[in-house]
Design a protein around this ligand. Structure first.
Ligand code: ZN
Length: 169
């Protein structure tokens, strides 16, 4: 699979929205990361960062392994992306994550000035994009984030449901 043949133009945010197919494709890579988390007995959430039609970061939740409450998939992916770009300012990047970001991750996404976030399953217990808060749309903050939700939501949600069902069983 060649990730460069279906380029997203980072200079044109409109080209990133709503566009179904490219979003599905990158979300599937985030889902691969979520599966890797499940295989490591971590809550299965995965994230990738795309810039210029290429993956520059790819991470999954590692809270247990790192014994770090901040080791959510998005936080690790943001750090990787900043290292790849040599800048904390992630202009022209799209972050894909399988679960609606929590307040911590939404805060970090705002700090990084990420222009577009695409998320999978809604999180009614911690979601900070639509479910509990709308941090990306808050005009009091100095940055707003374009966001598209519920991309491959069933698949993104199912992997979490199955993980927790396995825990209980
Ligand atoms: Zn989070």
């Amino acid at each position: 699979m060649d990730d460069r043949d279906e380029r997203l133009d980072p200079a044109d945010p409109a080209a990133l929205l709503p566009g179904g197919r490219p979003h599905d494709r990158w979300m599937r890579l985030a889902l691969d990361e979520a599966r890797a988390a499940a295989a490591e007995d971590e809550v299965p959430v995965g994230a990738v960062v795309v810039a210029g039609g290429r993956i520059i970061a790819s991470a999954h939740n590692q809270r247990e392994q790192l014994a770090d409450p901040t080791a959510h998939a998005e936080m690790i992916a943001l750090t990787q992306a900043a290292a790849a770009l040599g800048s904390w300012r992630l202009e022209g990047c799209v972050l894909y994550v399988t679960l609606e970001p929590c307040p911590m991750c939404a805060g970090a996404i705002l700090q990084a000035r990420v222009p577009v976030v695409v998320w999978g399953a809604a999180d009614p217990k911690a979601g900070a994009v639509e479910s509990l808060y709308r941090l990306f749309d808050d005009p009091r903050l100095n940055h707003q984030v374009e966001h598209v939700g519920r991309v491959l939501a069933d698949e993104c949600g199912r992997i979490l449901t199955e993980f927790f069902r396995g825990k209980r069983g």
